[in-house]
Design a protein. Structure first.
Length: 129
């Protein structure tokens, strides 16, 4: 049996508040993209995969019709050049997002490093939020 005394105590008395403050925006943005780690059991642990699928599906709604319109319908060179800029932007965004998803384990590891650093802060003067 372990007791409360067996657990290592943080040097930082405001550890939980500091972590919430540091990750507030990151949690909101990365959570909506499905990148933020979610410690929920059951159907909730699949929510990040669902968010990733929805995001890719929404981007493909912009890419596929634009590409088909450029290839088959549009004959005017000026309009083709303008639409190809939009198409290139959407493909770049989807590529960046896929790379972001691929590097998700590294992001988790970085989050743990930051939590560990905040846990080890000993003096209140070291905290500069």
């Amino acid at each position: 049996m372990s007791s409360i005394r067996d657990k290592p105590r943080s040097h930082n008395s405001n550890y939980q508040q500091d972590i919430r403050y540091v990750f507030k925006l990151n949690h909101w943005i990365m959570g909506s993209l499905g990148i933020w780690p979610v410690p929920i059991r059951g159907i909730g642990r699949h929510m990040s995969k669902i968010a990733i699928a929805i995001f890719n599906f929404a981007l493909s709604f912009a890419i596929v019709p634009c590409a088909l319109h450029l290839i088959y319908d549009q004959k005017d060179l000026d309009v083709r050049l303008r639409l190809s800029g939009l198409l290139a932007f959407c493909v770049t965004v989807m590529t960046k997002y896929c790379i972001f998803v691929i590097h998700r384990p590294k992001i988790y590891r970085c989050i743990e490093y930051v939590k560990n650093d905040w846990w080890q802060v000993g003096v209140a003067n070291n905290i500069s939020c």
